[in-house]
Design a binder for this molecule. Sequence first.
Ligand code: FE
Length: 337
Amino acid sequence: MRTACLHTFAALALSLSALPTLAEEVTVYSARNEQLIKPLFDAYTRETGVQVKFITDKEGPLMARLKAEGRNTPADMLLTVDAGNLWQAGDEGLLRPITSKVLDANVPAHLRDPGGEWYGLSVRARTLVYNTNRVKPADLSTYEDLAAPKWKQRLCLRTSKKVYNQSLVAMMITEYGEGKTEDMVTGWVKNLATAPFPDDTKAMEAVAAGQCDVTIVNTYYFGRLMDKSPNLPLAIFWPNQTLTSKAAGVHVNVSGAGVTKYAKNPAGAQKLIEWLSSDKAQNLFADVNMEYPVNPQVKPDAKVAAWGSFRQNLINVKDAGSLQARAVKLMDRAGYK
Ligand code: FE
């Protein structure tokens, strides 16, 4: 009798393990839109046979949904932009830590969570864009220099309500401390030619129109705008390149992913994230949005590479999240709307 039971169990276990396709399906909640991710997931399915289901939405609703669903969530993986958002997902207990030699090798240490809850998959650089008729590159040097009196009435900025600027200022708190960062942001506000813009593109259009001379934007918006209007008098400048302090290097952020806390298929989600970090997927992931591959072995798209190479700031991007609340308060005190 006892033996018969064991045989039944063995037979059952065997039949379950014979159903790998169902078990291997991975479900992704993605704040990156369908046109950016579907080609990748299709390629993954072709290569591995694993189906990837996904829904797309803004990061706020996706995180709220993960929280509300709790252990009943169908999501195995969360994919979103900005380390501030990834950190928040981790902070709210929506992700589970993983260890992966593949990810440790493919993703530089400053572009992933030290606790293994999320990993950068593409790099976005937040840098200076200037009017080539009104500014010489030699006039530009650092983010902090934009607070100097010589830029009075010459600076345009995107609103402080956008997470990109919150992340930028949060990381500056690590670099300079809160007092010096507040002085810098106050200086920027004093130098504004006009009220902050709702997006990076409008800030660059104002620079191109001569309403101001320089702004701070993510490079892929510059790429999109120049694709549309190649004759605009705009160029990229890489700041902070010759500093030797913690503030050295261009501010970078990531889009990235983590395995959800209640994933039904955590191993499958981990394999997908590992694949996304590999040389096979990195160009597909970064080039569609004119971003930079996170994997240093992979070269950026030729058009992106033409903007020139630059030194990155090496502070861990998790600070964009952990110091975000302080950054928001600081920008408020400085009068940065
Ligand atoms: Fe963006």
